[in-house]
Design a binder for this molecule. Structure first.
Ligand SMILES: *Cc1c(COP(=O)(O)O)cnc(C)c1O
Length: 426
């Protein structure tokens, strides 16, 4: 096997360094935990499919208006059951995570309403959706006010501040589970439940939406199990299992999901339209695979944390910390180190392995971003990938890996490139 790694230009120094981690007891305990999580979530997914009598007619293509699309409707029932929610909207017409979140927000907020983020600044692309950064068609343009409660010292939830910020005008509270491009810890589902309890203790009928991107199946419960009214995510991340080529989902209370459907298609049409164009097999099978794909990605992140912590870099979460999403943040302290790391990830890819990632301006981001991804589905970040905005603390966000051996290869190559560029010594 070492010869095969040599063939990837991975030196004996790097393989030896990695083998020590692979033999580590506490590392292996974490790997076992990821397997357990995958087992429980697989049972949940299969049960939801069985309960809804998924059958081969559900995989048929629909065209045109997509009326009476039984496969689409059943998939939405499967998602609703899986998330223990009343309703679900699962559609290829939702183009990405940002779109799903934008639909959920604009469907449920009206002029004069207030939107509150109780855990600091939301994900970069949402700044334009909300209008924190000026953008045509932002919620701000439609008269939706925005407030946020920052984390104390950038890490701790300010429960008193949150309770004070909720007022009669607060219509919707948006909670982001994953850290996005920030250094705060990812929220556990349990912690999200505490925040929901706090906001609902002040205003019972406030709508709580959770941005669940990267969090699905990382734990055995989801935010809808702890009181979230809407749970939103992307199908080219966790729940698509690497097979869904596009799409997003919104699960939650029927009255709010209905509004999302009217916003996505048109008032009066809602969930009744939307041809599936033959995409449903990948949505069903992707969901079936998602728990094990997520566990592979989790293992990659755990391995990265053990390796880079040992190499002296700050890792969030740290190797011993609990995990609530698939993201591993590693503070590399310089642009050049970020480039070296990303080159390693890129060179492990099955697709586009020969290209060199470079920092570049991206729509929705306010600084240059570097992205390494050689994916079957464009930009799919449940596949092995790494990215990060070029700004202090020069952190890369590593995620994905459809299989654990592939995630491992990516990390090994990143270490090799860091070594070659002189950022680490072994
Ligand atoms: C990826 C992500 C989004 C946006 O998703 P896109 O599919 O890139 O539009 C929103 N929130 C979080 C936390 C994310 O990780």
């Amino acid at each position: 096997m070492n010869d095969l790694y040599t063939d990837f230009d991975i030196s004996a120094k790097v393989t030896n360094f990695c083998n020590i981690i692979l033999d580590d007891f506490s590392f292996n305990e974490k790997i076992k935990k990821a397997d357990k999580t995958a087992e429980i979530n697989t049972l949940k997914v299969v049960r939801s499919m069985q309960k809804n009598r998924v059958n081969s007619t559900n995989f048929a293509a629909s065209t045109g208006y997509g009326y009476d699309d039984g496969g689409r409707e059943n998939l939405e029932r499967v998602y609703a059951d899986l998330f223990h929610s009343e309703a679900a909207l699962v559609r290829p017409q939702i183009t990405c995570g940002t779109h799903a979140l934008s639909v959920a927000l604009s469907a449920n907020l009206l002029p004069g309403d207030e939107l509150l983020s109780p855990v600091g600044k939301p994900y970069d692309t949402l700044e334009e959706v909300i209008g924190i950064r000026n953008s045509p068609c932002s919620l701000a343009e439609y008269g939706v006010k925005y407030r946020q409660v920052d984390l104390i010292d950038g890490i701790k939830i300010d429960f008193d501040g949150i309770k004070n910020a909720v007022s009669g005008k607060t219509k919707l509270v948006t909670i982001q589970r994953s850290k996005g491009y920030s250094s705060r810890p990812t929220l556990s589902v349990e912690k999200i439940g505490k925040i929901i309890e706090a906001v609902k203790s002040v205003k019972k009928d406030v709508i709580v939406m959770v941005d669940n991107c990267y969090g699905e199946f990382a734990e055995t419960i989801e935010p809808s199990d702890v009181g979230a009214d809407l749970v939103v995510g992307s199908l080219i991340k966790n729940p698509g299992g690497g097979l869904a080529p596009v799409g997003g989902y919104i699960c939650g209370k029927k009255k709010y999901v209905d509004r999302c459907a009217y916003r996505l298609s048109a008032p009066g049409l809602g969930q009744e339209v939307g041809a599936n164009l033959g995409i449903l097999p990948s949505f069903y099978q992707g969901l079936f695979l998602a728990p094990t794909v997520v566990s592979s990605a989790l293992k990659g992140s755990i391995f990265a944390a053990y390796a880079y912590d040992k190499l002296g870099f700050r890792c969030i979460p740290g190797p011993e910390e609990s995990r609530h999403d698939v993201i591993q943040c590693i503070e590399l302290c310089s642009e050049e180190a970020m480039i070296a790391f990303c080159k390693g990830i890129q060179s492990a890819a099955p697709v586009d392995s020969y290209v060199t990632p470079e920092p570049y301006a991206m729509p929705g981001y306010d600084c240059d971003v570097i992205m390494a991804a050689g994916t079957f589905v464009q930009g799919s970040s449940i596949e092995l990938s790494a990215d990060g905005p070029i700004r202090p603390p020069y952190a890369v966000y590593f995620q994905g890996g459809l299989t654990w051996p592939h995630a491992k290869l990516g990390i090994m190559l990143s270490i090799q490139k860091m070594l070659d560029a002189g950022f680490i010594t072994l």
